[in-house]
Design a protein around this ligand. Structure first.
Ligand SMILES: Nc1ncnc2c1ncn2[C@@H]1O[C@H](COP(=O)(O)OP(=O)(O)OP(=O)(O)O)[C@@H](O)[C@H]1O
Ligand SMILES: [Mg+2]
Length: 249
């Protein structure tokens, strides 16, 4: 049986600001197997990014548990588990410091992850080939590259440490249709060739249906429905999923 690389149990996170409480994530539980793509859909504010940030250990839950490759994520393990779980963000420009070349940015990320310099250079070269980029992009600063090139470089950065789980949070939303299709194909290929599991988060249900094995639907912080992608999109059982599908038409 495939290994469970990410397991989330009864996860809760409430934000408190100016006397207002927002239950961003409410009792969310799911498992993600090696090589599986779980799509997460849901309207704006439903808690998708909060869930991603919790799984990355960027913020701490109020209650509940997160296991990465069987090890519990917590204060003491967040740094040692970081190489196993990586994330690609919505805006590729946010991934790299505008003051440095992207090559320097990638080497800096490698150093943070404890990857020795020469090995890091070799990994970057290999990943540039995998993602269809030329070595010459490394000398450029972020503003001298297109959104598609930058998002590919963000993927290179995320893959430097050979993670078991990749979280793509609206990773193609800022790109035009053809570039977005290329990135989606790239992510699918990476799953095939490297067996990486993915949480693929998007507003776009059609896109989610296309790339995912299973789909989870978030509504007001809760995971209201999960199921095999084709089945869930064909015959959703939750009222909210039906509305989300209707809104798409
Ligand atoms: N740091 C924070 N402080 C206070 N409230 C927050 C914080 N981060 C998120 N929230 C609130 O938590 C809820 C969930 O936000 P989240 O960003 O997870 O939604 P989302 O599903 O990713 O939305 P979108 O599709 O627009 O990206 C929202 O109501 C948001 O305003
Ligand atoms: Mg979000």
């Amino acid at each position: 049986m495939a290994e469970t690389v990410l397991a989330v149990k009864d996860l809760c996170k409430t934000f408190r600001k100016d006397g207002v409480e927002t239950e961003a994530v409410k009792n969310v539980s799911f498992g993600l197997s090696e090589g599986e793509i779980l799509g997460i859909a849901g309207e704006s504010g439903s808690g998708k990014s909060t869930l991603s940030r919790l799984c990355m250990g960027l913020i701490r839950p109020d209650s509940g548990e997160i296991y990465i490759c069987g090890e519990r994520l917590g204060k003491d393990t967040v740094k040692s588990l970081r190489p196993k779980i990586q994330m690609v963000f919505q805006n590729p420009a946010d991934t790299f410091n505008p003051a440095y070349s992207v090559g320097a940015g990638l080497m800096g990320a490698g150093s943070y992850l404890g990857i020795e310099k020469q090995l890091c250079r070799e990994k970057i070269s290999g990943l540039l080939k995998t993602t269809g980029l030329q070595e010459s992009v490394l000398k450029r600063r972020p503003k001298e590259l297109s959104g598609g090139q930058l998002q590919r470089l963000a993927i290179v950065r995320a893959l430097l440490c050979e993670p078991r789980v990749l979280i793509a949070d609206e990773a193609v939303s800022s790109l035009d249709v053809s570039v977005s299709a290329n990135i989606i194909n790239l992510l699918s290929d990476l799953r095939e060739s490297l067996g990486i599991a993915m949480l693929f988060i998007s507003h776009d249900l059609a896109l989610i249906g296309h790339i995912s094995d299973r789909v989870g639907v978030m509504y007001k912080g809760s995971l209201v429905e999960t199921g095999a992608a084709e089945e869930l999109l064909r015959s959703p059982s939750h009222e909210y999923t039906k509305r989300l599908l209707d809104a798409r038409l």
